[in-house]
Write a protein that binds this ligand. Structure first.
Ligand SMILES: [Ca+2]
Length: 468
């Protein structure tokens, strides 16, 4: 055919003229056809997001622990990208959950999200239902969405997962149910199926695992988003062989930690909790492998904040934040630099990254991964996919933390902290442990960072006004 056309100048001219007229119509039509083909015939990846609770930077073998055995999480790390500079948006449970699901700094929804919501003070509220979560976006685009574990964005319906984009929920609404009888610290039964209380026998970590695996099996033939916010290793510090502690109707505000015969050494209890957590990860990964889903599933393992080293009441030697300063609830690194691993065999080259990433980044990352438009939403986080799949550096940006009167801002290697009316300036590349305060010698750097923080605080406070 080509020979015939090229040998006849008249034909060639007519065809050129035809193409000139038709190309503007043909190209969009072909593009639309290819896009339809790609979304309908190429499977969109599944997302499995596993978040441990209060797991410290030094609690895993792949982050240097010599105490805990974590072979399954270590294998995940070896198969994927391990972050050394990943940060939870808050040093507590609720704040990080807000930012993870919405892509926004939690403070945009009100100052109460600086910290954990309380089963007394906040029992009748939760994450505003107007908040748009990544689960909602994925659900609208045909993903099956399941949440199995600790919600802590509301203690009861309507502030529950089914109103925030999840098709299914099993787990606890509060921040710390007993691992065996699932009684929260206010003495309420706290184990749910969707919007109903439904007691279930079993150790919390195992129940979360069982429901997660069941969800994967039921949805293996279409894209799914599985959110697994484990309760481990939050107190009560109960390993699988420890006793239940709580009784319905009793207030545990002053006795919430479990049965700890030797308060000076909580580590043995936590070690067995970590072992169970690692088993859970192994079972979930094993299910993906057995169903041949590994190559089409992005798996994240992270923690919602740093670990406790000590706790009032004489509790000591709890978990480890490695070389970092301070612990959960602090604006120093031990409060918010957390272990984070992302694995997607064949798409993400195994290795390690020193790029600085943050809880708010998951929302734009997952939206891009699933080819979901975020419309007018302007998340605070950035899309991690170019880093994950091509090792492209992330854009430069400042990161901010606020917990009540304490705050911090990070810019490159620099971090300015404010706690107990004191400013501190640290250079994290030279001083990861935040031991050398340079504030007095670098007043201009202090002023620039403080000014950035004030601007940020003003911005998030303005966003929060609609929820007051
Ligand atoms: Ca936590």
């Amino acid at each position: 055919m080509n020979v015939t056309i090229e040998s006849n100048p008249g034909h060639t001219q007519r065809i050129s003229s035809y193409l000139r007229k038709r190309l503007p119509i043909l190209i969009p039509a072909i593009t639309a056809f290819l896009l339809t083909l790609s979304s309908s015939t190429l499977a969109r990846p599944n997302i499995v997001f596993i978040m441990a609770d209060d797991l410290g930077y030094g609690d895993l073998g792949c982050y240097g622990s010599t105490i805990n055995n974590t072979p399954n999480i270590d294998t995940l790390a070896a198969s994927g990208l391990r972050f050394t500079d990943f940060h939870s948006s808050g040093p507590m449970c609720t704040p990080t959950r807000v930012a993870t699901l919405t892509g926004m700094y939690q403070q945009r929804f009100g100052p109460k999200f600086d910290g954990a919501i309380s089963g007394v003070r906040d029992y009748d509220s939760g994450l505003p239902l107007e908040a748009i979560t990544i689960a909602e976006l994925l659900q609208e685009k045909g993903y099956s969405t399941g949440c199995f574990g600790k919600w802590h964005l509301g203690y009861k319906p309507p502030f529950f997962p089914l109103n925030q984009g999840f098709d299914e929920f099993r787990g606890l609404g509060s921040g710390d149910g007993d691992f065996f009888n699932h009684i929260d610290r206010s003495g309420r039964e706290d184990w749910w199926k969707d919007n109903e209380r439904l007691p279930e026998e079993g150790y919390t970590t195992d129940l979360i695992t069982r429901h997660s695996i069941d969800f994967i099996k039921r949805h293996q033939n279409k894209p799914f988003f599985l959110y697994v916010p484990h309760l481990a290793i939050h107190f009560p510090w109960q390993g699988p062989d420890d006793p239940p502690h709580r009784v319905k109707g009793t207030d545990y505000a002053n006795d919430k930690w479990g049965v700890i015969p030797d308060r000076s050494n909580v580590a043995p209890h936590v070690k067995s909790m970590i072992q169970a957590l690692d088993d859970s990860v192994g079972k979930i990964l094993g299910t993906l492998e057995a169903l041949n889903l590994t190559k089409n599933t992005l798996v994240v393992f992270t923690s919602d904040n740093g670990g406790y080293l000590t706790y009032s009441g004489g509790f000591k030697n709890i978990s480890s934040n490695g070389p970092l300063r301070a612990q959960k609830s602090s604006i120093y690194e031990g409060g918010h630099r957390v272990p984070t691993i992302v694995s997607w065999p064949g798409k993400i080259r195994p290795g390690e990254t020193e790029q600085t990433a943050h809880s708010t980044d998951w929302f734009p990352t997952f939206a891009n991964l699933a080819s979901v438009s975020i419309g007018n939403i302007q998340p605070d986080g950035v899309d991690l996919l170019p880093l994950l799949t091509q090792r492209q550096p992330l854009p430069e940006r400042n990161l901010f933390w606020r917990k009540s009167d304490a705050w911090a801002v990070r810019s490159g290697p620099w971090k300015l902290t404010f706690e107990r009316s004191q400013l501190g300036l640290y250079h994290l590349e030279n001083d990861l442990g935040e031991t050398v305060d340079l504030a007095d010698s670098m007043p201009e750097k202090v002023d620039a960072l403080r000014s950035a923080w004030e601007k940020w605080a003003e911005d998030v406070n303005r966003s929060a006004e609609q929820y007051q």
